[in-house]
Design a protein around this ligand. Structure first.
Ligand code: SAJ
Length: 438
């Protein structure tokens, strides 16, 4: 007699909707699809949606492109219409949280995404915010919108958690799979639902916090920590240049201390959608709650000053040559905010370009990763027409340049805004070489 073993039907995985398919949302959507979830990706940028539909990553990331191509259509659909999230068990908001020109937080994209998603939320859905926000945003901004536009009751028919993103664009070692995460939520039910999802797609530990505000605080603290440390070495760079001390040598020497020192490096400025942005969320949050973050604000002003300081170095070099910056062409090498990426958000390169123009110079920009915003189609072309070159992004293509290459193109001044060139080789050449703090 054979006993039929009744197979308990495998409980279908929750369905997932990811709103915002940029550096954060797209890797997350792909990872969830790879782990068997049925994922709907939403983005208001139709071009991006069509690119992803055709299985082409909308930004430079080879690894992601390969993963995207391997995802089946039934596991990952994309749309620019929020009605496609209807029925999703989990809805994850991964939209940008930038700052306005005046550095005040701009929560409009998050508010808009929440307003657009809320009417399509099913009863019992779990909403997770991955966007970087300051303490209090979930409680005072996201929750009221959810309640008003979905008609659902937080903690009863809709759940909310915050799991701040920790994507490091261009990093091949740390990816969404192995970066530890932190998670806070409205209540235990929200926490356990969100934890179940993340622990099913992430191999790394997930650190649970007591509430939404603690989780919101973690990310802005992480990135403010980085910003103040960069400001510290930028200030040292400006100070040590008066003492003839190479600050990079000092930092590298200090790094030999096996504890209680974490190296950061000076440069022509702090770009990206995280580091120069997140501290302003904490500064404004403090201000609204009666506290003035003087230290964070000072660090921001030091880092914001570095593009101008870089052009000061250029001006010094021109003075040494007896040249006028006014009317002179200057090649600005690098537009993206860090090496190996095509992301120009908050890039200091544009402040350098603006400052050169303000002083009457003629900037000629070139970035092999950002050709559409470059003034020339090649490095050689950018150098040929210029008297000087400023390295603003430490792309690999630039790090290998030697003095002869510059001299052969008529360049006699090199300002190394990322201290990425072999200083000794340049100092022994006929070029004037100046770094940032070296
Ligand atoms: N920078 C310096 N000196 C430094 C480090 C960075 O001037 O010592 C400048 C870079 O040139 C760049 C900007 O700061 O213009 C930001 O550089 P970043 O390496 O911090 O790159 P991001 O913005 O991609 O930061 C991300 C962040 N990840 C998340 O927010 C999830 C950040 O938390 C990480 O610490 C960082 O990657 C990292 O460690 O690479």
């Amino acid at each position: 007699m054979t006993t039929k073993i009744k197979k308990t039907p495998k409980k279908a995985l929750p369905t997932v909707a990811v709103v915002g398919l940029g550096y954060v949302g797209l890797p997350l959507a792909i990872s969830a699809a790879e782990h068997g979830y049925k994922v709907t990706g939403i983005d208001r940028d139709l071009e991006k949606v069509l690119s992803i539909k055709s299985r082409e990553a909308p930004y430079l990331d080879k690894d992601l492109n390969d993963k995207l191509k391997a995802i089946s259509a039934e596991n990952f659909e994309v749309s620019d219409n929020y009605r496609h999230i209807a029925g999703a068990d989990i809805v994850i908001l991964c939209v940008p949280t930038p700052v306005h020109e005046n550095h005040l937080p701009n929560l409009e994209p998050l508010e808009q995404a929440t307003r657009s998603a809320a009417p399509y939320l099913k009863r019992g859905a779990t909403v997770i915010v991955e966007s970087t926000i300051n303490p209090g945003v979930c409680e005072t901004i996201v929750l009221p919108i959810l309640e008003e536009y979905s008609g659902l009751i937080p903690g009863e028919s809709v759940y909310l958690a915050h799991c701040p993103e920790r994507i490091n664009p261009g990093d091949t070692e740390w990816s969404i799979d192995n970066i530890p995460r932190v998670l806070g939520a409205l209540d235990m039910k929200s926490l356990s639902r969100a934890y179940k999802f993340y622990s099913s797609i992430i191999e790394a530990p997930i650190h649970l916090l007591n509430n939404l505000a603690e989780a919101e605080a973690v990310k802005v603290v992480e990135n403010s920590f980085r910003d103040i440390n960069i400001a510290f070495v930028n200030e040292l760079a400006m100070s040590f240049s008066h003492l003839g001390i190479d600050v990079v040598n000092v930092i590298e020497a200090a790094s030999t201390k096996p504890f209680a020192f974490l190296p950061h490096y000076p440069g022509c400025g702090v770009g990206g959608h995280c580091i120069p942005v997140d501290p302003y969320y904490l500064i404004e949050c403090g201000r609204q709650n009666g506290f003035s973050h003087q230290f964070l604000s000072l660090a921001r002003s030091i880092n914001n000053r570095m593009p101008r300081y870089t052009v000061d170095r250029l001006h010094e070099a021109f003075a040494e040559k007896g040249w006028e910056l006014k009317g002179s062409k200057v090649a600005v090498l690098g537009l993206s905010y860090k090496p190996g990426v095509d992301d120009v958000r908050e890039s200091p390169s544009f402040s350098i370009i603006k400052e050169i123009s303000r002083r009457g110079g003629i900037p000629v920009a070139f970035d092999p990763y950002v050709l559409e915003k470059s003034d020339t189609k090649s490095l050689s072309e950018a150098l040929t027409s210029s008297k000087a070159a400023v390295i603003a992004t430490a792309h690999e293509d630039f790090q290998s340049l030697m003095p002869k290459y510059f001299l052969d193109h008529g360049i006699q001044v090199v300002i190394d805004g990322r201290n990425c060139l072999p200083k000794e080789r340049f100092l022994t050449s006929s070029l004037i070489y100046k770094g940032i703090g070296r």
